[in-house]
Design a protein around this ligand. Structure first.
Ligand code: ZN
Length: 261
């Protein structure tokens, strides 16, 4: 899993490309430099929990792929530092999960969802890859939201989407709720913790960001969020074919390997 994940990272960093309106670029050398700007020990390891699945045929996740069975894992990640943890994404409750099934009952793992809750409660901070329900619901709704919000870091764009154009009514914020979060805004990269950098990457949603983490071991990860739903989308630089989502596909799939950087 780690190898595959790193591969996602490298592909995304190399091939992330300019959109028409908003030029996107990311440079791994710059990201490494930014990631070294916060003093302190880097993370020791990363844990992952899969708390739900969507079973959609592969053609939805990768344009042009055959309509064969495919699983989309719904996950949250725990970055473990010597003196505390940072969560990447916050999971969702079963009601939000049902939204994604669009009428079909899909697998939800309550025990794993409990693990996510425990990890959120224990975390020093929580950051989001993007503002979709399966990533933010854990800090936006439910009995723990008020307790978790003061250590949840949302970008200004993520908050704006949740206020004005949420993916589903269940995760809509009102201005009073929005004040509970730590809200950040940045141009391109934001160093967040030792070896941990946020990378602005609008496309899948306006508030999407990728997250780079380098461990003490030197192993590097990139949390690409929903830039792709299947590794083949990254390998072949092909977008999704899911009519129920609206995203800036050119920003996410343009391949400028041959262009001067
Ligand atoms: Zn998403």
């Amino acid at each position: 899993m780690k190898t595959a994940f790193l591969a996602v990272a490298l592909f995304a960093l190399c091939f992330a490309a300019p959109a028409n309106a908003q030029v996107f670029s990311a440079d791994i050398a710059e990201i490494r430099t930014v990631s070294a700007t916060i003093p302190g020990a880097r993370a020791l390891r990363i844990n992952v929990v899969k708390f739900a699945e969507s079973r959609r045929t592969k053609n939805f996740s990768v344009k042009g792929a055959p309509a064969e069975p495919s699983v989309q894992a719904r996950t949250a990640f725990q970055v473990v530092y010597p003196d505390g943890t940072v969560m990447i994404d916050s999971g969702m409750d079963q009601q939000v999960h049902r939204f994604f099934g669009r009428g079909v009952e899909e697998p939800y793992f309550p025990e794993a969802a409990k693990e996510v809750e425990k990890a959120l409660l224990a975390a020093k901070s929580i950051v989001m890859t993007h503002e979709h329900g399966d990533h933010v619901a854990g800090v936006v709704r439910g009995p723990l939201a008020a307790q978790l919000a003061p250590k949840a870091v949302l970008t200004r764009t993520q908050v704006q989407t949740l206020l004005t154009n949420p993916q589903m009514p269940e995760i809509k914020l009102n201005p009073e709720m929005a004040k509970r979060y730590i809200v950040v805004d940045y141009e391109k990269y934001l160093p967040f913790a030792p070896g941990f950098t946020l990378i602005k990457s609008p496309g899948h949603t306006p508030g999407s960001q990728m997250i780079y983490v380098v461990l003490q071991s030197g192993k590097e990860y990139l949390f690409a969020g929903d830039v792709a739903w299947h590794m083949d989308g990254v390998r072949t630089i092909r977008g999704k074919d899911a009519p129920w989502i609206t995203e800036d596909e050119p920003a996410m799939t343009a391949d400028h390997r041959d262009q001067p950087r």
